[in-house]
Design a protein around this ligand. Structure first.
Ligand code: GSH
Length: 215
């Protein structure tokens, strides 16, 4: 398998965690977003949206991180990343979608960079925009896991799954933007539990082949 990825991309990070949890070997193909590599015609032929990640499995080209993770879940069922009961699966998918549908797209590079600049927002206003969506999303996420009987070491039970896979990269993003995370103690506890697992550690941005050390 080949994963087209960028080390700081949180959507790529989700897929890296899923691959690592399932023990699936893959090669990384770096897509340097800062250099516009996502818009190169050859990459657009694979991923018409010009976004990372893209996973290539033989002749199969997969895009959209959650669709890729569901594909991995169906083709390599163990260890399971979704719980067994339909209600619990819906709960985990809802948590994942808070991040993947209601936080991340609003803060994506193409939104917070050129789009917000086009509307005349300065750096401080762009920071406020980024924080707003993280705070709204994480407040709901925290409310849905704090004290919920389904919450265990991880978002649902004592094995990591799709909600944790979305949470950890979004916490990484929030830290990059220096967002105050003290209002979300359950999310922080779960993030720490994830960080202790080798699969999450191996998927971390700084461990990727294309990671660059800021001077
Ligand atoms: N919903 C997509 C989001 C993918 C996405 O937004 N990727 C970002 C990096 S995290 C990207 O490629 N941005 C490039 C750009 O905005 O030009 C997914 O989950 O795969």
């Amino acid at each position: 398998m080949k994963l087209y990825s960028h080390f700081r991309s949180s959507a790529s990070y989700r897929v890296r965690i899923a691959l690592a949890l399932k023990g699936i070997a893959y090669d990384t193909v770096a897509v340097p977003l800062g250099k516009g590599a996502q818009d190169a015609p050859a990459y657009r032929a694979l991923n018409p949206q010009g976004l990372v990640p893209t996973l290539v499995d033989g002749d199969t080209v997969l895009v959209q991180s959650l669709a890729i993770i569901e594909y991995l879940e169906e083709t390599v069922p163990q260890p399971a990343l979704l719980p067994r009961s339909p209600a619990d699966r819906a709960h985990v998918r809802a948590l994942a979608e808070i991040v993947a549908c209601d936080i991340h797209p609003l803060n994506n590079l193409r939104v917070r960079g050129p789009a917000l600049t086009d509307f005349g927002l300065d750096a401080e206003q762009r920071q406020a925009w980024v924080e707003k969506w993280i705070v709204l999303g994480f407040s709901a996420f925290e409310a849905m896991v704090a004290g919920d009987p389904r919450t265990g070491t991880f978002c649902c039970g004592d094995a990591p799954g799709v909600a944790d896979i979305c949470l950890v990269p979004q916490v990484f993003n929030a830290r990059s933007f220096k967002v105050d995370l003290s209002p979300y103690p359950t999310l922080m506890r779960i993030t720490e539990a994830c960080a202790a697992l080798p699969a999450f550690a191996a998927a971390a941005p700084e461990r990727q082949p294309d990671a660059v050390v800021a001077a």
